[in-house]
Design a protein around this ligand. Structure first.
Ligand code: HMG
Ligand code: MG
Length: 332
């Protein structure tokens, strides 16, 4: 399909990009906060894929049910990738089959190729997430293809998935740095994101796979993407390897991003990114947003209980700050 100017594309006609560079010099930080943001929970997928132990199916379902009880409504529950590459998530069909079907909940699952789409359609998930990296070496190690080969696969699966009624999300990994190549040009990531949106992805999650981003870098990358894409098509997926995830998310919030990926108790990583640690902990995100008067629809105390379930099923201490402090410690 020939490329065309993005803003004339039918998928984006209803969306209004914010004017780039529109600032109000009289306003300080956090003086124009949204009433509510969306939290996209990734612990059952990004979290469990990186655990040394393979968690039994029923315990994964227990975690997802605890997340539902806490109020999470967008949850990445499984991965239709090769079970030889990620054995920890080899029971994707069984997990999805055991979940309560609820009209107010969107379950999502990773999908790398045609076989993944077939499995997702058969399992009946309402959403899939395609993923690729902004750096060649990580992409090769993660999906055994070049970036162009991966995009060609997605050209074959995203439009049919959308026609079949699925929502399709896209991840651009290693956007802030690559474990093999070091610095990454975010303009390459933007080109990839534009391709994914043209194919039919409703949202692109800008991903700091190995947790190297800092706030000024996050500002620059988010602004670069906002020049071409409306805010509602963008999300931030920050890993907290170096303790900068929350600071980066707050920069995104200030700039107009309204979806943030997070993982309960900080569970997570990427098996093909050495040194990648957990995602931003959902409790840390929710605690901070609620303290700033931004709603999430999540009950922090119930979320704390989900964090306890996460810790119990993986059998090791998890690093989330609020998880470690204990949400109950907030009571006087
Ligand atoms: P390949 O070996 O090049 O695949 O892997 P292939 O097409 O040559 O197939 C080889 C075998 O795998 C065949 O089986 C296929 O049927 C099977 P055989 O004939 O040898 O018995 N196969 C599959 N089986 C089940 N489901 C499938 C599937 N596809 C092929 N969908 C492939 C290519 C993409 C499959 C592989 O590299 C793979 O599964 N990679 C996934 C890696 C992964 O999941 N990484 C972690 C997720 S990404 C991430 O964490 C980042 C993120 O969090 C954002 C961020 O933080 O940056 C999203
Ligand atoms: Mg990740």
């Amino acid at each position: 399909m020939p490329d065309r100017p993005l803003r004339s594309g039918p998928a984006l006609r209803a969306l209004t990009p914010r004017p780039f560079g529109a600032t109000n010099a009289t306003m300080g930080p956090f003086e124009s906060l949204p009433a509510e943001v969306s939290v996209y929970e990734v612990s059952p997928r990004d979290g469990l894929q990186n655990e040394a132990v393979t968690v039994p199916t029923t315990r994964k379902v227990r975690l997802i049910e605890a997340l539902l009880d806490a109020g999470l409504r967008r949850i990445e529950v499984a991965s239709f990738v090769s079970p030889r590459w990620v054995p920890q998530l080899g029971d994707a069909e069984e997990v999805v089959g055991l979940l309560p079907r609820r009209p107010d909940v969107v379950y999502s699952a990773l999908c790398p190729n045609e076989r993944g789409l077939e499995r997702a359609l058969a399992a009946g998930v309402p959403e899939i997430a395609v993923f690729l990296s902004a750096s060649e070496t990580h992409n090769r190690k993660n999906v055994n293809k070049t970036i162009d080969e991966t995009l060609a696969v997605f050209e074959r699966i995203v439009p049919p998935a959308v026609r079949a009624g699925l929502r399709v999300r896209g991840y651009v990994s290693t956007l802030f740095g690559c474990p093999y190549e070091g610095a990454v040009d975010p303009r390459r990531g933007l080109e990839i994101a534009l391709r994914l949106v043209r194919m039919g992805c409703y949202q692109i999650s800008l991903s700091d796979t190995i947790g190297v981003a800092t706030p000024v870098q996050t500002r620059d990358v988010v602004r670069l993407f906002q020049r071409e894409l409306p805010d509602e098509t963008l999300a931030l997926h920050m890993h907290d390897t170096r303790g900068t995830a929350l600071a980066n998310v707050l920069v995104g919030l200030e700039l107009g991003i309204r979806t943030f990926d997070a993982s309960v108790a900080g569970l997570g990583g990427c098996p093909y990114a050495p040194g990648a640690a957990g995602n931003l902990a959902t409790e840390d995100l929710v605690y901070t947003l609620h303290g700033m008067g931004v709603r999430t629809g999540i009950d922090l105390e119930r979320l704390g209980e989900a964090g306890q379930v996460a810790e119990a099923i993986v059998g090791r201490e998890l690093p989330g700050k609020v998880h470690r402090a204990g949400v109950r410690s907030l009571r006087s």
